[in-house]
Design a binder for this molecule. Structure first.
Ligand code: SF4
Ligand code: SF4
Length: 306
């Protein structure tokens, strides 16, 4: 679908089921398990790369032609920390519906005053504004108060807690869930994915892809459009968080949906992010779907762990 001679629209196809702009990797919390905090891809190191301005994000979002069941999701870091957040949610073209993944450490009065409700309202089996509860980081009583205020204003908000494999934390999350449900708040739990105390949790389609003992080479094809704070587009979350091998830039006028689902070489099989290779149910309720498709895995010389 052509827009002008210079810039083309990006119209995700049916198999493309997630479009996300990571507005910033900065965050006002310090969760010890945060993927942005540690390693070579730490947000502190990445902060050296210039983030897109509000105008540039608006221009990028306006290139998108999205289906009714496919919103533009803002995530991070904490996406509301982008200094142009309110400008972006107001000025992107009206056809784009948005989802927000947040820790809700923002001023709800200000949010309610500045965000048009319709932008975050659509038919879906889950809330468009999804708030992560991180025990010890954001306060659950504060989250409950804010959620009730947002609901009163007309927003649909859902709280989420990860069932970390620690009995105390699990018990706490389940108790909080019970309290929230009684108060009319949608609180859902998420399974823990990844390594905890030396044990790997989660069901992954490709053996050895997460916390693998070896880095291997393969061909990998994404089904999502994910864009980092600098506007670079990646095959997967692991590449994005590590800032490695972008496949395009969102403001590159020639970049279209045709570039998304191509098998490309990857030399980091074994260091995949759990959310890319986790076996899940797709929107047709068919189990066995993964965000990326991997083939031709073969051993490379480098060992990750012994
Ligand atoms: S709220 Fe999310 S992005 Fe922020 S530190 Fe915690 S896990 Fe990381
Ligand atoms: S094989 Fe893993 S690390 Fe490589 S592109 Fe695919 S999901 Fe990312």
């Amino acid at each position: 679908m052509e827009k002008t001679n210079e810039t083309q629209y990006i119209q995700p196809k049916r198999p493309h089921n997630y479009v996300a702009f990571f507005l910033t990797l900065a965050c006002n919390l310090q969760c010890p398990y945060c993927i942005n905090l540690h390693g070579a891809g730490s947000r502190y190191q990445r902060a050296k790369r210039a983030n897109l301005t509000a105008e540039e994000w608006i221009k990028s979002a306006n290139r998108l032609v999205l289906r009714d069941d496919l919103p533009l999701t803002f995530q991070g870091g904490e996406p509301t920390l982008h200094n142009g957040f309110y400008k972006i949610v107001n000025e992107v073209k009206k056809e784009i519906k948005m989802d927000l993944l947040t820790n809700m450490v923002f001023d709800v009065e200000e949010f309610i005053k500045n965000v048009p409700i319709w932008r975050f309202l659509r038919e879906a089996p889950y809330a468009a504004i999804r708030v992560s509860y991180h025990p010890g980081q954001n306060d659950i009583n504060d989250l409950i108060k804010k959620t009730l205020k947002m609901q009163e204003a007309g927003f649909r908000v859902g709280l989420y807690g990860v069932l970390i494999p620690d009995e105390e934390v699990k018990k706490h999350i389940l108790e909080v869930q019970e309290t929230c449900i009684k108060m009319g708040i949608d609180f859902r739990t998420k399974e823990f994915l990844g390594e905890y105390n030396g044990k790997l949790y989660g069901t992954f389609k490709y053996e050895g892809s997460v916390c693998g003992k070896q880095i291997q080479s393969c061909k990998c094809k994404p089904s999502e459009l994910i864009v980092d704070p600098g506007g670079y587009v990646y095959k997967c979350h692991a590449d994005l968080y590590n800032g490695r091998s972008p496949i395009a830039h969102i403001l590159d006028g020639n970049f279209t949906e045709e570039e998304i689902d191509k098998f490309r070489d990857c030399s980091f099989y074994g260091d995949c992010n759990p959310c890319d290779v986790k076996v899940k149910t797709n929107r047709f309720q068919i189990f066995g779907h993964t965000s990326v498709e991997i083939r031709n895995v073969h051993e490379a010389a480098v060992k990750l762990k012994t």
